[in-house]
Design a protein around this ligand. Structure first.
Ligand SMILES: Nc1nc2c(ncn2[C@@H]2O[C@H](COP(=O)(O)OP(=O)(O)OP(=O)(O)O)[C@@H](O)[C@H]2O)c(=O)[nH]1
Ligand SMILES: [Mg+2]
Length: 637
């Protein structure tokens, strides 16, 4: 009898123990919102991210059958469509089997790496695309490393298996090697992978399998990428990962809800980088619905929302409740590696072509850029008309300048310079690993050029196919403007890619350009006669009829020194008839000066004048007399 009572008591204690335990020691219990998945699509440039998103749209039933849709629909900015590349990471969503998949399409170009870092702050997993022929390239390594640092789950998609030169099995081995190289643990090494033809919307598990849809990709996302996790006991938190602007709603804060629900009209606070608490009221709440936005009354934990109601918000801020203000970890991105001088346009032709020329406006615009673009920094110099902008590469800078000129700005920019660091009295400079893939005949000229620029050959693979793969360790400054030369040297067939390797001691000076400039010595309009006679001196940048001014660079001189010339010199008219035929003055065609070519061409004492209509190069000191009085400028980085 007593024995039975003891057993019953013991059983009762066992039964209620978990309840007692919960009361005494409340265990942190998180829940996953299985109705949502957040994924970033990451890869090296051109491996097919945006095209895959198109196919995902099509197959999720977003477009009605027969509807004509543009290619690469997520590349919505003008510059993205013109250049065929993604510049900014963008959100969208698709529905699959009742689950909402928020997708963030990211850029693959190294200069826009900050966008990938920003995008990953919204995701729980990533789709790593790898071209079935090119294999993992430098930016594949960069984005995968960032994904590992965030502890996100990765699904590998070996894309473009329809390419004639595809070698998908070999590529899978190379991806394993890359994972091992990046210290992946056993779980990460066991990554799920698929083969795909993104352009045709096909994904399959094995190469032999016959499939004509992306169902397997959707299923893999649902099964492998964890649903967003949240703690129902934690207060509301949202991390601002992007900003938008609407004429009607003002500033839009875009980001992921970490805990609790957001509701229309809720009063919140925004915690900024100075830990100030700025009050806000959600005046409109939207979520991604395909490529557009849908207004909602409330948004779920784990969802990515677009929230209006606050003007003074920055990327990295946390939006939370007034009662429980708890900031999330701010988004950190890699430091900028290059800097560039921006000034007002002081050329004699300034103010003729652009609408916005004032330094205040340029300053405002540059500050606005730093709000949206996490990798860009702005500094005001002592001179109120001169600013320093820092970023990840000269291409990123060129895109910013091009965007500004299209907005109607006129400005001048200097040569991109790398950012040095000091460590215990030693000057350090940014170093890149340069990967070259070219015909073996061109290896000699490429190696020679790179060694004059302080590059060191670190690896060489010749798999007897006629092409070689070489790796160089080289200062970042050596690569500014090198791509054009590389393409000329390899007859357009070489491929070069870079990966930031870190800071190393300064490797010494070297000349950046072995040619001088042909500089106009007066104001006027260029004429065919003068240009025709200047042609033998070098390569001209202007055609007859263009306005010129004293100090403007009209061409590249064949020799190392600068020369002054008068491009508006007319032929002397005489009333004597020439005995023979008149000298022909048909000028050779001129390669139009693009912004990228211009900023890569100039030396330290030269600037580029940018207006909505023109790109002109000029000497910082316009007067030829004053230039002659000055010390010659050392043409080095
Ligand atoms: N053969 C083949 N080509 C493809 C496939 N998917 C995309 N492409 C092509 O690859 C090129 C690049 O495609 P994008 O989708 O712009 O590549 P991306 O990765 O978004 O490029 P960035 O955003 O600039 O890094 C385009 O010319 C596509 O047509 C595919 O499955 N097979
Ligand atoms: Mg893209």
């Amino acid at each position: 009898m007593i024995k039975n009572i003891v057993i019953t008591i013991l059983m009762l204690i066992f039964a209620v123990w978990p309840l007692i335990n919960m009361k005494v020691y409340p265990v942190k219990k998180t829940i996953r919102n299985e109705k949502i998945r957040n994924i970033a699509i990451i890869a090296h440039v051109d491996h097919g991210k945006t095209t895959l998103v198109d196919a995902m749209f099509r197959q999720s039933g977003l477009f009605r059958p027969g509807l004509e849709v543009d290619e690469r629909i997520m590349d919505s900015m003008d510059l993205e469509r013109e250049r065929g590349i993604t510049i900014a990471a963008k959100n969208c969503s698709v529905q699959w089997n009742g689950v909402k998949i928020n997708i963030i399409d990211t850029p693959g170009h190294a200069d826009f790496g900050g966008e990938v870092e920003r995008a990953l702050s919204m995701a729980d997993g990533a789709i790593l695309l790898v071209d079935a022929s090119e294999g993992p390239l430098p930016q594949t390594r960069f984005v995968l490393k960032k994904t590992f640092e965030k502890g996100l789950k990765v699904v590998v998609v070996i894309n473009k298996i329809d390419r004639k030169d595809a070698r998908p099995e070999q590529i899978l081995d190379e991806i394993y090697d890359l994972f091992i190289d990046l210290d992946a643990d056993d779980e990460q090494l066991d990554f799920p992978y698929l083969y795909a033809i993104g352009r045709e919307g096909i994904a399959k598990k094995t190469l032999a399998e016959k499939r004509d849809d992306l169902h397997l990709l959707f299923e893999t996302i649902l099964n492998e990428i964890p649903a967003p996790e949240y703690d129902p006991k934690e207060p509301f938190q949202m991390l601002v990962s992007d900003l938008g602007y609407s004429d009607y709603l003002g500033r839009l804060a875009i980001g992921r809800i970490f805990n609790q629900k957001a509701r229309f009209n809720d009063a919140m606070v925004c915690i900024n980088d100075k830990e100030e608490h700025l009050p806000l009221k959600i005046s409109k709440l939207q979520v991604y619905d395909g490529m557009s936005l849908k207004e909602v009354e409330a948004a779920e934990p784990g969802d990515i929302v677009v929230l209006s109601g606050i003007e003074d918000v920055k990327i990295g801020d946390t939006i939370c409740t007034k009662e429980f203000p708890k900031p999330l970890k701010r988004i950190r991105v890699d430091e900028p590696t290059i800097s560039m001088e921006f000034t007002i346009n002081t050329s004699p032709l300034s103010g003729k072509e652009g609408r916005i020329v004032q330094s205040g406006k340029i300053r405002e615009r540059l500050i606005k850029e730093t709000l949206k673009n996490v990798a860009v920094r702005f500094e005001q110099t002592e001179d109120r008309d001169r600013f320093i902008v820092k970023g990840r590469g000269e291409f990123q800078m060129a895109i910013l300048i091009e965007t500004m000129r299209r907005e109607g700005f006129e400005l001048s920019v200097g040569r991109p310079k790398v950012i040095y660091k000091q460590l215990n009295g030693t000057m350090l400079e940014p170093i890149e690993t340069l990967f070259v893939d070219c015909d073996e005949h061109f290896l000699g000229v490429v190696t020679e050029k790179l060694s004059t620029r302080k590059g060191r050959l670190t690896n060489l693979v010749n798999n007897q196919s006629g092409r070689i793969r070489a790796e160089f360790s080289i200062p970042s400054r050596s690569l500014i403007g090198y791509r054009d030369e590389f393409l000329t040297d390899t007859k357009g067939t070489g491929i070069m890619n870079t990966l930031f390797a870190g800071y190393e001691p300064f490797r010494g000076d070297f000349p950046t350009r072995f040619t001088g400039s042909i500089v106009s010595d007066r104001q006027g309009n260029s004429v065919a006669y003068a240009l025709y006679h200047l042609e033998p001196r070098g390569r001209l940048f202007i055609v007859p009829g263009e306005p010129v001014y004293a100090g403007m660079i009209v061409g590249e001189h064949n020799k190392t020194v600068d020369i002054s010339a008068n491009p508006s010199k007319e032929k002397k008219l005489t009333n004597m008839r020439a005995a023979g035929k008149d000298e022909s003055t048909v000028c050779s065609p001129v390669k139009p000066m693009t912004l990228e070519r211009a900023i890569n061409f100039i030396k330290d004492d030269e600037m580029v004048e940018v207006t909505p209509q023109s790109i002109r190069l000029y000497k910082k000191t316009l007067s030829v007399k004053k230039r002659h009085l000055m010390q010659p400028v050392k043409n080095s980085n």
